[in-house]
Design a protein around this ligand. Structure first.
Ligand code: G4P
Length: 318
């Protein structure tokens, strides 16, 4: 799916993360969207912070399918130096569980002499501000930049010996997995002008038909679920998206469906499982390798053509 993906602050945030790694970093919190825990994970962040203890926070768990969230928690908890917890960022006591999990990931740190230095990252709209507000309460103080660290970073003292470093939501240069593009768009992580809503809605309907058909039937009073476009039209009819003459405005129907999904009105729905994500990653890597090989072959053929021409012209000259 073509997405106008603007990585925005990517370079300055990337630099801020590199600086933080150098200045000292004990734990990285990556805030993920529990409805798309694979697609909302930033490959650039993984590359930048490889090997550091990592806490994956599956936020918006109240909107996600609990059984699939459990599978994702198992998936991330099985990775080295990694812990994963589910969260509803507005909820106070689970948010405190996050502080405990960070302390467990870096047991040697967390007092005034050796403060625990934690970086928090996440894609836009994943709930980072909400979580920080919940964590901060009245006790935390925000301080200015440390010398040598770019102005992008903000330091929050959560409690004695616990520093949280906040960076702007960082995106990555290219969405390599097509399904991830659809899921990020459906979740609301990407600005609405950057993609075709009907295309994303059709993809969402395909996931719902496959795994949550009852959600579609109940929300829109559908008796049968035909192909995706017919379902989108039926949603449009139910939601008054018809124009004079009777045709359904598919983009209006799509908007209604996406809005309902984002607000949780279709129930608790997760768009991807760990197994699906692994298969998509592998397919994308194979496709990337195939394209790289084709580029190399094209370059070699080009070089052979050029040296053939050179040989021919030097032959002409003699
Ligand atoms: P960001 O800083 O990562 O960009 O995200 P932010 O905290 O602004 O949250 C984006 C939206 O997600 C907000 O809704 C927020 O209320 C909602 N949100 C954050 N955490 C959770 C969660 O755990 N569960 C649910 N259900 N929603 C969550 P909004 O409609 O954009 O704003 P508002 O009307 O709530 O202020």
């Amino acid at each position: 799916m073509p997405i106008n993906w603007f990585p925005g602050h990517m370079n300055s945030t990337r630099q801020a993360i590199k600086d933080r790694m150098q200045a000292g970093l004990d734990v990285i919190i990556e805030l993920l969207d529990a409805r798309l825990p694979g697609s909302s994970s930033n490959p650039l962040l993984a590359a930048l912070t490889a090997g550091r203890p990592s806490l994956k926070v599956l936020n918006k768990q109240d909107l996600a399918d609990p059984a699939v969230t459990a599978a994702w928690l198992d998936f991330y908890n099985a990775q080295p130096h990694t812990r994963a917890i589910p969260l509803d960022a507005g909820d106070k006591s689970p948010a405190r569980a996050l502080i405990k999990a960070c302390r467990e990931l870096a047991p040697g740190r967390g007092d005034m002499h050796k403060p625990l230095r934690v970086l928090i990252c996440g894609i836009p709209n994943v709930g980072k501000s909400t979580l920080i507000n919940t964590l901060v309460g009245k006790r935390a103080t925000k301080t200015g930049d440390e010398p040598g660290i770019t102005k992008v970073e903000q330091k929050i003292v959560l409690e004695n010996g616990f520093y949280l470093f906040d960076t702007p939501g960082m995106l990555w240069p290219k969405i390599g997995i097509e399904q991830s593009g659809y899921h990020l768009a459906a979740s609301g992580a990407i600005g609405r002008n950057a993609f075709d809503e009907a295309e994303v809605a059709l993809e969402l309907i395909a996931v719902l038909q496959n795994r949550y058909p009852e959600a579609l039937r109940q929300r829109y009073g559908l008796t049968e679920l035909a192909d995706e476009e017919a379902v989108l039209e039926a949603i449009g009819v139910k939601r008054g998206a018809k124009i004079r003459g009777g045709a359904v405005q598919l983009h209006k129907a799509a908007e209604a469906l996406l809005m309902d999904y984002r607000q949780g009105l279709l129930g608790r729905i997760t768009l991807e499982t760990p197994d699906e994500m692994s298969a998509w990653r592998q397919a994308a890597a194979e496709e990337e390798a195939r394209k790289a090989a084709a580029r190399e072959a094209e370059k070699a053929a080009d070089k052979a053509r050029r040296s053939g021409r050179r040989a021919a012209s030097s032959g002409d000259a003699t």
